[in-house]
Write a protein that binds this ligand. Structure first.
Ligand code: PRP
Ligand code: HPA
Ligand code: MG
Length: 179
């Protein structure tokens, strides 16, 4: 299994400590507000599960699934909604939870989409940020780690749907996705 890994970038311990910090910050910022946490499937699954347990105020959760990467390591450029929210979000404070902001395409699309539905506010939280790859100038409101421009897997992130279950974040060997 580990033959596909070039190196571990973030250990399980580092990730868990950062999630606790983010949860505390979000709990303080949204104190007294009605917060809807929206996880973006599938990548955000693992981070979302940890983050909501680190948030100490009442929240409700929902999910969307969008896809721009498909099977490969490159974005196709177009965002598609594969699964929409269950309920209307008018007048709700929304926190979008992502695993990574890369080109910014997905997050930019989601922010516009949810604002156009009349949300009271839309903020974003990601565990990883890869700013060198940005094509749309957008910054997450809450970010765990800024990482270099390398393809990473684990903690929810996949390559061709594999490796999401690694409890750490690792750089994939180039030969895995360039072969
Ligand atoms: O900033 P961007 O360039 O838009 O890239 C980030 C998005 O790409 C990945 O999703 P993907 O389409 O691979 O779906 P997945 O979450 O199911 O893996 C990732 O989970 C983010 O949602
Ligand atoms: O580095 C990455 N790894 C996995 N999925 C991704 N989606 C955008 N960037 C990445
Ligand atoms: Mg993916």
């Amino acid at each position: 299994m580990e033959q596909v890994i070039d190196r571990i970038l973030l250990s399980e311990e580092e990730l868990q400590a950062k999630v606790k910090e983010l949860g505390a910050q979000i709990s303080a910022d949204y104190e007294g507000k009605d917060l809807l946490v929206v996880g973006i499937l599938k990548g955000a699954l693992v981070f979302m599960a940890d983050l909501i347990r680190a948030i100490k105020i009442p929240v409700t959760i929902d999910f969307m699934a969008v896809s721009s990467y498909g099977q490969g390591a490159k974005s196709s450029g177009a965002v598609r909604i594969l699964k929409d929210l269950d309920k209307a979000v008018e007048d709700r404070h929304i926190l979008i939870v992502e695993d990574i902001v890369d080109t910014g395409l997905t997050l930019n699309y989601l922010i516009d989409n949810l604002k156009s539905r009349g949300a009271a506010s839309v903020k974003t939280c990601t565990i990883l940020d890869k700013p060198n790859r940005r094509t749309i100038p957008i910054e997450p409101d809450y970010n765990g780690f800024t990482i270099p421009d390398e393809f990473v897997v684990g903690y929810g992130l996949d390559y061709a749907e594999k490796y999401r279950h690694f409890p750490f974040v690792a750089v994939l060997k180039r030969e895995v996705y360039e072969s």
